[in-house]
Write a protein that binds this ligand. Structure first.
Ligand SMILES: Nc1ncnc2c1ncn2[C@@H]1O[C@H](COP(=O)(O)OP(=O)(O)O)[C@@H](O)[C@H]1O
Ligand SMILES: [Mg+2]
Length: 249
C-alpha cells in the first residue's frame, strides 16, 4: 500500500514559564493511503501536538514529516489544500450561521464559486443540518457543532482528514452518526486520521491504531494484532497494559 504520511524521529518541546515540556519525542510512523488510522493515548500523551505538526499548524522542534510527499517545513503551502482539519477545540464562528461558516471556510480553501452552494447543501443534508442552515452556531448542541465542523473541513474535498477526538462528550446516537460519516469518507478513498480515548471507537473504526504515552508512540498495529500480542480480549486492556493505571490530568 502507498504511504501518504511519513514521520521520522519527530519531537516537539515547549518552553512554558521556565519549564521544559517534552510533548512529543522519538516518534516515527507511516500512514498508508486510504486507511483509517487511529491515535489513542491518555490526556497529555501528545496526540494533539502531533496532529498540529502533521497539519502544518506548528513546527516540529526536530525530525521530519512528509504529507503526500511534501515536507511540512518547506512545502506547507502545498499540504494545506489537500488536508481537512477538525480540531479538538472546535473553531466555529458562533455569531455566524451554519451556512455562513461553511461559505467562509469554502472561500478560505478556494472552493470554486460555481460549486459552493451545491456543495454546502449536499454536506448540510449529509449530516442532517439542512433545517438549521440559517441558525447561528452559538446555539448549537455539541453534536451539531461537531457535525458542522467536519463538513467545514471537507468542503474542499481533501485527500486526508485529520479529526481530533471526533466523539468526545457526545451521545451514542451522534457517535454512531460520526462513525458512519467517517466510513463514508473513507469509502470515497480519503485517508482518515483521528485521535480518541474511546477504545471501542478505535476498535470499530481503525485499520491500524497507534498508542501514545508520555510523548512516545508505544505501539502501532491492527486492533486484532494489538489484542493478540498482549493476550487481551479487548483494546481497553491493551491500552491499560501499555500506558499504565495512573490517572492523567
Ligand atoms: N502550546 C503549548 N505550550 C506548552 N505546553 C503544551 C502546549 N501544547 C501542549 N502542551 C503540553 O504537551 C503535552 C501534550 O499535550 P497534547 O498534545 O495536547 O496531548 P493529548 O492531545 O494527547 O491530550 C501536555 O503536557 C501539554 O500540556
Ligand atoms: Mg488532545
Amino acid at each position: 500500500m502507498e504511504t501518504i504520511i511519513e514521520v521520522r524521529d519527530l519531537a516537539k518541546i515547549f518552553h512554558s514559564r521556565g519549564r521544559k515540556i517534552v510533548a512529543v519525542e522519538h516518534v516515527s510512523f507511516d500512514v498508508r493511503k486510504g486507511e483509517i488510522f487511529g491515535m489513542i493515548g491518555p490526556n497529555g500523551a501528545g496526540k494533539s501536538t502531533t496532529f498540529s505538526m502533521l497539519t502544518t499548524l506548528i513546527k516540529p522542534t526536530s525530525g521530519s514529516i512528509k504529507v503526500a510527499g511534501f515536507d511540512v517545513n518547506k512545502e506547507d503551502d502545498k499540504i494545506r489544500p489537500i488536508i481537512g482539519i477538525v480540531p479538538q477545540k472546535l473553531s466555529l464562528y458562533s455569531d455566524l450561521t451554519a451556512r455562513e461558516n461553511l461559505e467562509f471556510m469554502g472561500k478560505l480553501y478556494n472552493v470554486p464559486t460555481n460549486l459552493m452552494d451545491e456543495r454546502i447543501d449536499y454536506y448540510l443534508k449529509l449530516v442532517g443540518l439542512e433545517n438549521h442552515a440559517d441558525r447561528f452556531t452559538g446555539g448549537f448542541s455539541g453534536g451539531m457543532k461537531q457535525r458542522l465542523s467536519v463538513i467545514c473541513a471537507v468542503l474542499h474535498e481533501p485527500q486526508i482528514i485529520f479529526w481530533d477526538e471526533p466523539s468526545t462528550g457526545l451521545d451514542p446516537q451522534t457517535r454512531q452518526a460520526i462513525w458512519k460519516l467517517a466510513k463514508k469518507f473513507n469509502g470515497e478513498g480519503k485517508t482518515l486520521i483521528f485521535t480518541t480515548h474511546y477504545m471501542e471507537e478505535a476498535d470499530n473504526l481503525c485499520d491500524r491504531v497507534a498508542v501514545m504515552n508520555l510523548g512516545k508512540m508505544v505501539a502501532l498495529d491492527t486492533p486484532a494484532n494489538l489484542k493478540e500480542i498482549s493476550g487481551s480480549s479487548n483494546l481497553e486492556e491493551v491500552f491499560m497494559h501499555l500506558t499504565g493505571e495512573e490517572v492523567r490530568d
